[in-house]
Design a protein around this ligand. Structure first.
Ligand SMILES: *Cc1c(COP(=O)(O)O)cnc(C)c1O
Length: 475
């Protein structure tokens, strides 16, 4: 397929802009050559992007069980609300009294998400989950330093953690202490006890964790960290499994990030925009990034918290993502939020039960919203790897699950169906998975060759990661 730069010809253009009716200002250092922009007509432009859209797989195309990403259906009413002119036709530098409605969106979203998570305050500045982790860790750091305790330089992270957790800890200036998981996939409590000490700034934990298990020792875990003087950070990427049912604040966590683009339904997967809202307990409120929305006697105004860590993003975060999250929460309501979580868990367990007929589960017990299969024995028997099964799924119109993650499971496929899939879709997907297992035994070559129906076959993924070509050169 041709790139947009390779299409069209000089002279073709989009005449959407009216002629300039203000004086033309010549810049101090004018460009010496014209910008190498594509010369295409509106028809060509439309066809180009339609062709691109046909070559990808999205939630609106078919089943998309990408574990740990919560690829749920995103209700269209969210888009309608986010597109209201009162939300889109504002400028972040407008006076506060002219954007009271937008400020109320922040205040309401904060109130409801605080209630759902058991937190006391929230910032919507971070642009995604990893950015939220970084922000939350800076809050922990500011808290310790404010008390004059600068010896707490270590963040404890279990080996099942998402890769962003240790990366964020290092970026925030901490060193990382890795602790192993117990055979049941939960935190090894003895290893945690041995790891905490006067240098512990905090613990970062995902619960339910990345193998889809709710840690049965969660209260003991947060108690151990608190008794050692550390704080507890909750990676809320998996909140879809527990929202409205149990609250991280009640589990003993002091700070949490939410991926509004996962749990609270903003389309994602193409790189954004997202929102990594960070909630915290009262003790961390003074350190939140500013400005925050505060309700006063004459309406809402912006305020910088007393010991704010400063800004982590320009202006106030990705506002329309918050509008979508708020719409989603208000549409589902107090009954709908826990029902969504319970259906997510039910769907995952239904699929796990059906796939167990042939596939080996990494942890063979009731799961939360996702589960991990271990294809090591299939590979030994047939030579078919998790990657081959994933490629076979593509030929059947299914987006592959998360592969080779978490690292503690070999030949891992991590499946998260979400609550928005019907039993019929789940059954069809299970039939495909089971059919591919049979194919691995009867005609493994067919799976080595897959995919055959996609626009491109197997790509050089290592090459793409090691030597990415990110710029188009016109010469
Ligand atoms: C997705 C995810 C993150 C990172 O969130 P982004 O919004 O992609 O930055 C962190 N932890 C877990 C467990 C996740 O699934």
């Amino acid at each position: 397929m041709k790139l947009i730069f390779e299409k069209g010809a000089p002279g073709q253009h989009l005449s959407l802009m009216p002629p300039c009716d203000v004086p033309v200002v010549t810049p101090k250092r004018p460009r010496t050559e014209p910008l190498p922009l594509p010369h295409v007509s509106e028809t060509e432009l439309t066809r180009h992007y339609t062709a691109l859209a046909k070559r990808v797989h999205g939630v609106n195309d078919g089943f998309y069980p990408l574990g740990s990403c919560t690829m749920k259906y995103n209700p269209k009413i969210n888009e309608d609300m986010a597109a209201l002119p009162g939300f889109t036709q504002v400028h972040p530098l407008q006076p506060e009294e002219t954007v009271q409605g937008c400020m109320e969106v922040y205040a309401e979203a904060e109130r409801l998400l605080d209630e759902i998570t058991g937190m006391d305050a929230m910032t919507f500045q971070p642009a995604a989950g990893a950015h939220g982790e970084f922000t939350g860790l800076l809050l922990i750091k500011a808290y310790h330093h404010h008390r004059g305790d600068t010896a707490r330089t270590k963040i404890i992270v279990p080996d099942s953690a998402h890769g962003t957790n240790p990366a964020s800890a290092v970026m925030a200036g901490f060193s990382v202490v890795n602790i192993p998981s117990a055979p049941d996939g939960c935190v090894d409590v003895e290893a945690l006890k041995a790891a905490v000490g006067p240098d512990t700034a905090g613990l970062m934990l995902t619960n339910p964790n990345t193998v889809g298990i709710f840690d049965k020792n969660i209260l003991e875990i947060t108690r151990i960290v608190h008794e050692a003087g550390g704080l507890c950070y909750y990676d809320g990427a998996n909140l879809n499994a527990v929202m409205g049912v149990v609250r991280p604040g009640d589990m003993g966590f002091d700070v949490i990030h939410l991926n509004l683009h996962k749990t609270f339904s903003t389309p994602h997967g193409g790189g954004g925009p997202g929102s990594g809202a960070v909630g915290c307990k009262e003790i961390l409120r003074p350190f939140l990034p500013g400005p925050v929305v505060v309700k006063g006697e004459s309406g809402y105004h912006f305020e910088k918290p007393e010991h704010s860590i400063g800004r982590v993003k320009d202006f106030y975060g990705n506002f329309t993502v918050v509008v979508k999250a708020l719409t989603y929460i208000l549409t589902l309501g107090k009954e709908g939020i826990p029902e969504a979580a319970k259906n997510a868990v039910l769907n995952a367990n239904y699929m796990m039960k059906r796939l167990k007929e042939k596939y080996t589960m990494a942890y063979d017990e009731i799961c939360m919203h996702e589960f991990v299969m271990c294809l090591e024995d299939l590979k030994e028997e047939t030579g078919i790897s998790a990657m081959d099964i994933a490629k076979g799924l593509l030929d059947n119109g299914i987006h592959p699950p998360t592969m080779y993650f978490p690292l503690i499971v070999h030949e891992a496929l991590m499946i998260e169906p979400t609550e928005t899939e019907s039993k019929e879709t789940l059954d069809e997907a299970c039939d495909v998975f089971l059919k591919l297992w049979d194919l691995a035994h009867t005609n493994p070559q067919a799976l080595h060759d897959a995919p055959v129906t996609t626009p491109v076959r197997r790509l050089d993924e290592v090459g793409a990661a090691r030597n990415p070509v990110l710029r188009y050169t016109t010469e």
